[in-house]
Design a protein around this ligand. Structure first.
Ligand code: NAD
Length: 252
């Protein structure tokens, strides 16, 4: 049974090849939306899409969305295939979590590319379609570390802080066009990304989990369900928000 009104909606989820993005794509499908599974990896996009849905409900797309022309191609392919775009979930990203001076020029540029340019270019290409249709939902994946200045997150926060900032700006600019723009900001989530950080720096993961009042990481489904709510018709009066899904960390 559908929890929210998403029947007939067309959604793009970036970074849907694995992790939180795949969980979001699957929950959108369960609630009746058609979904474009987009990822950097061709294999991941194809596999996640074919594992979850029929050809009528899903479409795979791969490419580097930090490039303006690739983001443009994603939006154009979505509109050509499904006729419109109602929901854009800017989930692609991922941290290169390290003390600021241990970053290289390459890792800093990659951090901004992955987390910020992907969201900027996809939004920039999707918004004209949403504005014309008089309806849109943009949901960005931010990070609670922007708010609490989490250890070793300065480079990542520079990128995610940009995403949080774009949220309020776009929400105001398109508030009278039927378009809402929000950000979901998780703390630690039990994903491959968290396991990658644990492998390199287990003390950091312990420290991060220790400051969460619930004492654990979120599940991917717990983060995805907030995205699904924000994508729904029911969330029509919620815009310009950065919503933490953080096990109570705000109480610190
Ligand atoms: N895992 C966590 O603890 C956590 C916490 C806070 C925020 N987040 C954010 O949530 C989102 C999802 O996290 P995750 O743990 O599932 O990440 P992940 O690394 O498992 O998956 C991210 C996906 O994005 C894709 N991607 C990266 N750069 C891309 C690009 N330039 N173009 C197209 N696709 C690209 C990757 O291929 C990958 O499949 C990310 O934005 C991440 O920064 C994660």
């Amino acid at each position: 049974m559908n929890k929210y009104s998403l029947e007939g909606r067309v959604a793009i989820v970036t970074g849907a090849g694995r992790g939180i993005g795949e969980a979001i794509a699957n929950q959108l499908l369960e609630n009746g939306a058609k979904v474009v599974f987009c990822d950097l990896s061709e294999d991941a996009a194809n596999t996640a899409c074919s594992d979850s849905c029929t050809d009528e409900a899903g479409l795979p797309f791969y490419g580097n969305l930090a490039k303006e022309e690739v983001a443009g191609a994603l939006i154009a392919k979505t509109v050509a295939h499904f006729g419109k775009i109602d929901i854009l979930v800017n989930n692609a990203g991922g941290g290169i979590i390290t003390p600021f001076l241990e970053h290289t020029p390459e890792t800093l540029v990659e951090t901004i590319n992955r987390n910020l340019w992907t969201a900027i270019w996809c939004s920039w290409h999707a918004l004209p379609h949403m504005k014309k249709a008089g309806f849109g939902r943009i949901i960005n994946m931010g990070a609670d570390s922007v708010r609490n200045g989490l250890f070793d997150h300065a480079g990542y926060n520079a990128a995610k802080g940009g995403v949080h900032g774009m949220t309020t700006g776009l929400a105001r600019e398109f508030a009278r066009d039927g378009i809402t723009v929000n950000t979901v900001a998780p703390c630690a989530v039990q994903t491959q990304q968290l396991e990658d950080v644990r492998r390199v720096n287990p003390e950091l993961v312990d420290k991060v989990l220790d400051i969460i009042p619930m004492g654990r990481a979120a599940t991917e489904a717990e983060v995805a369900s907030m995205v699904i709510y924000l994508a729904s018709d029911e969330a029509g009066f919620v815009t310009g928000q950065v919503i933490s899904v953080n096990g109570g960390t705000t109480m610190l």
